[in-house]
Design a protein around this ligand. Sequence first.
Ligand code: ZN
Length: 380
Amino acid sequence: MTTSTNEAGVAGAAAVHRRAIIVDGHCDTPYRLFRHNVHLEEHDPEAQVDLHTLRESGITASFFAAYVPPAYAGRGATRFAYHLIELIRSEAKRKPDLLQFCTDSAGIRQAKRDGKIAIMIGVEGGHAIEDSLDTLRDFYARGVRYMTLTHVNTNNWCDSSGDGGRHGGLTSFGRQVVATMNDLGMIVDISHVSDNAFYHVLETTRVPVVATHSSCRALCRHPRNMTDDMLRALARNGGVCMINFFSAFVNDGVAEVVMKSGKRPRDNNGGTGGTEEMPDDRTDWDAYLKWFQTLGCPQASLEDVVEHVLHAATVAGVDHVGIGSDFDGVPSLPDGLQNASQLPALTARLMDRGMSEDEVTKILGGNFMRVFEQIEKGKK
Ligand SMILES: [Zn+2]
């Protein structure tokens, strides 16, 4: 291939990236802002997403996670969720010329037309509702548009992939949670749940569901990833699997090291976060980071992420794949995708690998928009 053809390819991919509605299914930026007591536009050496890289990324809509660490389960989880919900809303308001707080698909499309970035809210960790459907309804009223049913901890009504679970999947109250989310028009996020819970959700839901930040287990053995059977079931449901960029979820060598390490850094807050295999006790993020760095994992690459996107598109179909970076929620990102500003490289590589503009546009956000609109129409 000549240089000029390469340049034409890069320019073409850049235009495709610019035209597309790009939706990032999950970032943990609010929790970073909370931990470091900084605003989105402020410099933070640990940032994987800040205002600058967000603008460089080309992202149209980003789901900011109101992440509730497992340590808060039964100890102020709802209150902490409210705190992060308000933090997200106020961050969006600080830069009204650049950011738009959004709660629906029409708002995302409007943000694209206005050249703004839509900031959305997803609550991460079903323990946040403290077993109250009224709290779930109140989250919706405050602008929350998805809830991840579990984090790494099993809660009173849904098993997590992070700790083995104790219900055999989803309890009958868990099924009420899913039904209530369908009625509200809130996206049911099945990232993090156990395999059984995933299938129980599919039996229960009236509308498509979303894995906002999950990758493929056939390529990377981490139990947090989705099996091919799960990907096919999600496709039959009409949903979308948004590929997670975390090195340990896209590179099997990294997953192997992490899963074999069998240690936790410490557990100084009495929390239940994390597992033997993968500490995720982020009320002590620095210890988590340090622990991860001592493992000596191999370096994952952008190509690993590309392989997951292509695999999911092959197994589930190109209509059922998206992207969910997990930026600011993970201690290691692939080379070539170290922060949000490098996202255009993913589009370029997908096109190099033979995907058409139509296919790439679906993956970047089109599929998510279709599912979100179906969920909105399913409201009661
Ligand atoms: Zn997560």
